[in-house]
Structures are given as structure tokens and as C-alpha cells.
Ligand binder design. Structure first.
Ligand SMILES: [Zn+2]
Length: 322
């Protein structure tokens, strides 16, 4: 199932049309195969079913006949250089059938003259815990993957994990996908609340993330003793590190003006900020910028000689006027 896909580029997807085509005049021809064009009197037995909503108004039947399924999967098998499992996987995605290893095995064990895909079709909804569609299989595998322990950075890249290489670098290997998610979420939260932490605090933050992960695990296992111990350790470490939780109080006096504006923007867009007076230009920084930054810049760029209204050396003729 996980072996690499080897494609035979020379394979062409061609299925001939049936000699006897669907004929609307023929009372026995009620259903038409969209592939070979043959006419059928009933769907059952001639067409396979799917739980995809895409076929719901066709009574859940695939629009191509069983014979065409066999032919198509044969071509797919050749396309995947003889690998029947990849061929069936491909077909399951198209027909929205479950794609499960156990069913594949079962379909292989049965001998006989029927094609493997027809065995697969017959067995596919057995022992798969009610999973019915390809998407159900994807969901199931996704959940399973979350509990797989990640052993290397390469594994993250090669097998569809939602863990980043950076997370593996930060936390090391040996965790599950869910662990990395817990670690990263907690890390982000602590870093957001403590944007200026030093490298000492960074070490504490990391160990707090590890403690938090263990707390989540203890909770899940229903181990309250362990949880309480870990919480105590967490709060000790937190205090020792001198970190902050989210504070409700106005700390704008301790921070630069731009930081304060940044915090306001995060929660309340500036134009709706109620206490406008608080941010009035008390120390005339606007005027300072106009006089000592904007004005010289204009002179520099355009060659003009606009002077400061207060500090300037008067022209000679202005002396004469006096
Ligand atoms: Zn057909």
C-alpha cells in the first residue's frame, strides 16, 4: 500500500465500445453504461454501488458497468507497472470506495475466476467499522497517523504528516502528531504573551510546554494524581521563569507607544477605539516630524529651501531691512 508508485508511461487508457449499443427503442434497455455504451434492463448485478453523493440520484450505482470496471482496473494495474494495490487504490478514489489494507488482503486470498476488483467490491464494506467511502478511509488513516510516533525528520517529509520539520527540530523526535500540535500551540501562546523573553526564559518556556503535554496526557488517561503533581510543577516553573499570563491591566506606560498601538490593533481596530483622547498628540510629535523630518526631506529631494519657522539664519537682505 505504501510502496512507491512506478508508472508505465506507455499504457494507454482505451476501452472499446460494446458491439450492441444502448437503444432507447429497445424496452429491455433501461440503463446505459457510460463507458462501453451497452444497454441493461436492471442496474443490480450489472453495475456496482457507491456511497458517494455523486451517484445518489442514480440509486447509488456507478454509471459504468461491472465489465468496464474490470477492464479499467486491468489497465490501471498495467499503468502502475503491475501493482494491483495501487490500481485498486486509484479506482477506490474514483468510485469513492473505502480503501483498506484488510479488504485488499481478503480480496487476494479468494481464488477463482472473478477479478480482484470484483472480490474487493463484494468485501469492501465488511469489517471496516462502518466506513463506506474513500474519504472515510482518509479520515480513519489520518486519525491513526496522529498516534504514530515520529522517529525522524525525514519521516515527517515522506509520509503525509501535518508536523513541520521546525517542530521536530525544536522538540526532538519520539512524539506523536498530536503531541507536536500540543507542544507547538502552547509554545505559541507563551511566546505571544512574553514576546521579549530572554534565552533563559526560553528554556523555561520549553519545559513548560513539555509539562503541559504531560498534563494533557494525564488528563486523557484519567490519572488525576499525576495531573495534580504536574500542575504544581508547572506553576512552580512558571513563577521561577518570571513569565506573564495575559494581563487585563493597562500596561501602556511600561511599553513603547508602537507596542501599545499594536496591542490595540490586535483586539480593537483603531477607528473604533473608544478613548481617543488617551492617544492625542500630547507632546506635539506631529509638529516635530513636520518641522525636522518632513521639511528637510522635501528640501533634500526637490532642492527647495523651506526654512524652519523658528530656527533659521536670516538672509542678508533681511538684515538690511531691519
Ligand atoms: Zn460498460
Amino acid at each position: 500500500m505504501n510502496s512507491p508508485k512506478v508508472i508505465d508511461e506507455s499504457v494507454e487508457f482505451k476501452i472499446p465500445r460494446a458491439l450492441q449499443q444502448f437503444n432507447p427503442q429497445n424496452p429491455k434497455h433501461k440503463f446505459k453504461c457510460t463507458c462501453c455504451g451497452k444497454g441493461f434492463s436492471v442496474q443490480k448485478g450489472n453495475f456496482q454501488k457507491s456511497n458517494s453523493p455523486l451517484f445518489q440520484s442514480n440509486d447509488g450505482f456507478l454509471p459504468w458497468c461491472k465489465e468496464c470496471t474490470d477492464k479499467y482496473v486491468n489497465i490501471l494495474t498495467a499503468f502502475y507497472s503491475g501493482n494491483e494495490e495501487h490500481a485498486i487504490g486509484h479506482f477506490c478514489q474514483q468510485a469513492d470506495w473505502v480503501y483498506e489494507l484488510e479488504v485488499l488482503k481478503m480480496a487476494k486470498e479468494i481464488s477463482g475466476d472473478r477479478s480482484r476488483i470484483s472480490h474487493y467490491a463484494a468485501k469492501k464494506n465488511l469489517n471496516v467499522d462502518g466506513r463506506k467511502t474513500y474519504c472515510d478511509s482518509i479520515k480513519y488513516n489520518y486519525k491513526l497517523n496522529q498516534y504514530n510516533i515520529i522517529q525522524s525528520k525525514e519521516q515527517v517529509k515522506s509520509e503525509n504528516y501535518s508536523v513541520s520539520g521546525a517542530a521536530v527540530d525544536r522538540w526532538g523526535v519520539g512524539f506523536t502528531e498530536i503531541d507536536y500540535k500540543n507542544l507547538d500551540d502552547h509554545y505559541r501562546m507563551l511566546k505571544n504573551n512574553n514576546p521579549n523573553c530572554d534565552s533563559n526564559q526560553e528554556i523555561f518556556i520549553k519545559s513548560l510546554c513539555n509539562l503541559n503535554m504531560l498534563m494533557v496526557r494525564a488528563l486523557k488517561d484519567g490519572d488525576s494524581d499525576k495531573y495534580v503533581k504536574l500542575s504544581e510543577q508547572y506553576s512552580k516553573t512558571f513563577t521561577k521563569a518570571g513569565l506573564k499570563t495575559v494581563e487585563e491591566k493597562d500596561s501602556s506606560n511600561d511599553e513603547t507607544f508602537c507596542m501599545t498601538l499594536g496591542f490595540i490593533s490586535e483586539y480593537t481596530p483603531e477607528e473604533f477605539y473608544k478613548d481617543k483622547k488617551l492617544y492625542e498628540d500630547w507632546d506635539n510629535i506631529g509638529e516635530y516630524i513636520d518641522r525636522h523630518i518632513t521639511r528637510p526631506m522635501i528640501n533634500l529631494e526637490t532642492g527647495s529651501d523651506i526654512r524652519d519657522k523658528e530656527f533659521y539664519v536670516p538672509n542678508e537682505d533681511e538684515y538690511e531691512d531691519e
